[in-house]
Design a protein around this ligand. Structure first.
Ligand code: ZN
Length: 109
């Protein structure tokens, strides 16, 4: 069983990887995030840091729709929709790990 701290760090890393991928492909950036995505990644990190459900969930995508403000929610949804399926190609280890964690969570519900 991983600690809550590890969960948080893991979650922040996955979200950041997804935003990077999204920004590179959708906003044509190279080696840096655009202004919009910097803002989004900062927001996502803050949400993870303040998430009160870290204990009972495995990943924020399952509940982030509830705690994101509407504009950021739309943005992160686009990021996940785009990067989610592509993670297996760009970050295979992250994707597989995430898949396993999500499955675990679904079984618990
Ligand atoms: Zn961007």
């Amino acid at each position: 069983m991983r600690s809550i701290l590890e969960k948080r760090e893991w979650e922040k890393r996955v979200v950041l990887q997804m935003i990077w991928l999204y920004c590179r492909k959708q906003h044509n950036t190279r080696g840096e995030l655009c202004k919009e995505c910097i803002e989004l990644s900062g927001y996502a990190r803050e949400r993870s840091d303040n998430c009160p459900f870290m204990n009972s969930k495995s990943f924020c995508s399952n509940c982030r729709v509830h705690c994101y403000q509407p504009m950021m929610r739309e943005k992160i949804k686009n990021v996940m929709r785009f990067s989610g399926p592509r993670m297996i190609f760009y970050h295979p280890l992250t994707a597989i790990h995430h898949l396993i964690e999500s499955k675990k969570e679904n079984r618990n519900v």
